[in-house]
Ligand binder design. Structure first.
Ligand SMILES: Cc1cc2nc3c(=O)[nH]c(=O)nc-3n(C[C@H](O)[C@H](O)[C@H](O)COP(=O)(O)OP(=O)(O)OC[C@H]3O[C@@H](n4cnc5c(N)ncnc54)[C@H](O)[C@@H]3O)c2cc1C
Length: 670
């Protein structure tokens, strides 16, 4: 099948508007006869479910938590981007479009990214109308801060809890529709497969996670909004439950999976503490607005710190290496995530890391305390303030901005970050790859849509900070509700989709057989045993730096772990009860296939771009010496994989990327 991105013709700034004007609509009376399943009620699925129901469709929404309020989206800390130019610093739709395409290392689809920038402002208006308490400045206007990879301030935020506040907004909008009966909410339900009838997505098989009952649900279209697959690494900043099962199951039923190797390793996370850890914690990128990143300039100082003989506060200014400011003077500490992560790894690999494992760098707020404190002293009319007074005043401002993040850090590390610099290290955080979708957000299966982090999205090979929430809410509030109508306009006479068909019988049987296998397999090892093994291979060989030898080894090793899993996995408990080990078994089985495709994709892409760094593809000379080297001649495409059985047999389809409005350039933040 030839991939058709269905990007409308015409000038980029007019495509979306003209397209919306021309697509088919479903009249309000007919919407009442159309059912839509939305799987996932994080920011993407929650906003889509609420909007589709508001439009008049009958929505069935599913999530595996006990409430949509607990979706992983709640963890989002730093903010959400929008090109409102409230700060008057020269922002525009074009600049947001440009920054996102450049930030993604020229591996995203121009038309989608421009649309994203166009609707970004609407998202903020919508959320404010819902009552989302964005931070405001002294005069009461919405405040903005800056995130990596841009030279303007366009990030709207609610302290360090932006995701939570946005999710409460979307959840309120959903609740209104639940109360009206337009959304039927299925909490604690996990979609275990999709059902196709005559080639179209017409339903799902779900498991009631409390009773264990297997259920059939039908609809005229199915929307997958199930989040990213970062937990393929076992340790990540994602919620423990985040998984790829829905995305992987639809891949196995015909939806192509795009760019699986594009993963974001976030530079500012709390370093790993040992082998018995189950997750990692993010320290929001917003902290890089005020925190300066450094390691000791001299190896002997680094060694003394690693051995606990020296404190960071004892190292004088001239003996510190603010390596991001040194290497990237134009963007400094606010370089994009992939660049900052690699730079931290480079320093730590060279021996300059600052904790016992040598895998940490400092994020230091001392300069910000003085800067803000001096300003506050002036504002408050304090003449000749002492150094201590200044620092105290400055700390109060930092507390106002990031207090909950500082508190979280102190609880985990047991050190007061107001007194000593934070320690941070890169960790898996977000997946730019995902289910391939066209301009309508439809997958390669008719009637099957994918939105939010689960799709291969608008971020190319690297996502800029605060752009995931923007994309998820753009998809759910402003894009899908239009595009899905164009498809559903052909379904107004179809009537309800029956679930007593052989198509439902077959898929339900597949699901039940698999669950039976897990319960009855007399294995020797827990699900986590295999997940940890997979995660270690992924981190060591498909992590921040990749090379041909390691990728080939990873493919072989993951296959072996998978074979061992199917022989030796042990799942305690029963089928017809709340059984979290059983839930995990299915998810890890899918990660074990996805992980191999991930490594295969990384091997196939013999260039460095964004988060995908191939050690073989580095600039050897010139001003970019040592930086990642992209290869536009051979790799300016989206890699969309078709399932053919084993991951090794997957077939590559290429969507060639066209750059008509942005010139392909070397991506430099110097
Ligand atoms: C710690 C942290 C901080 C972040 N901070 C920011 C930030 O400041 N700004 C920003 O832009 N981005 C941020 N991100 C990224 C952003 O939070 C996510 O990309 C985004 O929230 C994903 O939203 P989503 O709706 O696509 O998926 P999710 O929020 O992951 O929701 C997935 C939904 O799918 C459901 N689900 C999954 N599988 C199934 C299944 N099989 N059956 C039924 N239901 C299922 C879940 O129950 C859930 O409802 C952050 C990420 C992390 C980890």
């Amino acid at each position: 099948m030839k991939l058709d991105s269905k990007v409308p013709k015409g000038p980029i700034a007019e495509k979306w508007t003209t397209y919306k004007d021309k697509i088919d609509l479903v009249n309000p009376a007919n919407k009442r006869n159309i059912d839509i399943i939305v799987v996932g009620t994080g920011l993407a699925g929650g906003s889509a479910a609420a909007t589709l129901a508001e439009l008049g469709y009958n929505v069935k929404a599913f999530c595996y938590q006990d409430s949509p309020r607990r979706a992983h989206s709640i963890a989002a800390q730093g903010g959400i981007n929008a090109a409102k130019n409230y700060m008057g610093d020269g922002d525009s739709n074009y600049r947001l479009f440009y920054d996102t395409v450049k930030g993604g290392d020229y591996r995203s689809r121009e038309a989608n990214v421009h649309r994203l920038a166009e609707v970004s402002g609407n998202i903020i208006d919508q959320c404010v109308a819902q009552g989302v308490p964005f931070a405001r400045d002294y005069g009461g206007l919405l405040d903005n801060r800056s995130f990596g990879g841009v030279l303007v301030s366009r990030t709207f935020y609610a302290k360090g809890q932006t995701g939570q506040q946005l999710l409460l907004g979307a959840y309120s909008a959903m609740n209104r529709q639940i109360a009206r009966g337009k959304i039927e909410m299925f909490n604690r339900h996990e979609m275990l497969d999709v059902v196709k009838v005559d080639g179209k997505a017409r339903g799902i098989i779900a498991r009631d996670l409390i009773s264990g009952e297997i259920e059939r649900h039908s609809a005229h279209a199915v929307v997958i909004a199930t989040g990213g697959y970062g937990n393929v690494y076992f340790l990540s900043t994602n919620a423990m439950g985040s998984n790829a099962t829905a995305a992987w199951k639809i891949h196995k039923k015909g939806a192509y999976f795009a760019n699986p190797c594009y993963t974001q390793i976030h530079p500012t996370c709390i370093p790993r503490s040992g082998d018995y850890q189950s997750k990692l914690t993010l320290m929001s990128e917003s902290l890089r607005n005020d925190g300066r990143i450094w390691v000791p300039k001299h190896l002997e100082d680094a060694k003394a710190i690693q051995e606990g003989k020296l404190k960071p506060t004892q190292i004088p200014e001239e003996n510190r290496d603010y390596y991001l400011e040194r290497r990237y003077p134009a963007f400094g500490n606010l370089v994009p995530r992939d660049v900052a992560s690699r730079a931290a790894k480079e320093r730590c690999d060279a021996g300059y890391g600052v904790n016992a494992t040598g895998e940490a760098v400092y994020l230091d707020f001392a300069a910000a305390f003085v800067r803000y404190g001096t300003e506050q002293a002036k504002i408050k009319g304090i003449h000749n303030p002492s150094k201590e007074e200044i620092i105290k005043l400055g700390q109060a401002i930092i507390e106002e901005k990031y207090g909950n993040l500082f508190q979280m850090y102190e609880k985990i590390i047991a050190e007061n970050p107001y007194e000593t610099p934070m320690m941070i290290y890169p960790a898996t955080h977000y997946t730019m790859g995902g289910v391939w979708v066209d301009y309508n957000l439809m997958t390669t299966v008719p009637g099957l849509y994918c939105i939010g982090e689960a799709n291969f999205s608008d971020h190319g090979a690297n996502r800029l900070g605060a752009s995931a929430l923007m994309q998820g809410l753009a998809d759910g509030y402003f894009v899908l509700p239009y595009t899905i109508g164009d498809y559903l306009s052909d379904d107004i006479r179809t009537g309800a989709i029956p679930t007593d068909s052989h198509e439902f019988d077959e898929v339900e049987k597949e699901v039940k057989d698999r669950l039976d296998f897990f319960i009855n397999n007399e294995g020797t090892h827990s699900v986590d045993y295999f997940h940890k093994k997979l995660g270690k291979v992924m981190w060591d060989k498909v992590g921040m730096a990749r090379n041909e030898k390691h990728l080939k080894e990873a493919i072989t090793e993951i296959k072996k772990i998978r074979e061992n899993f199917w022989k030796n996995v042990k799942v305690p408990g029963g089928l017809n009860e709340f059984n979290q080990e059983l839930e995990k078994a299915g998810r890890v089985a899918d990660f074990l296939e996805l992980g191999e495709l991930f490594a295969k994709d990384a091997l196939d892409r013999n260039e460095s771009c964004g988060g995908h760094f191939r050690e073989e593809s580095v600039e050897k000379s010139g001003p970019q010496k040592g930086e990642a080297k992209r290869n536009d001649k051979d790799y300016a495409y989206v890699a969309a994989w078709e399932y053919k059985g084993e991951p090794a047999d997957a077939i590559l389809h290429k969507e060639e990327l066209e750059f008509k409005d942005i010139e392909l350039k070397t991506r430099s933040y110097k």
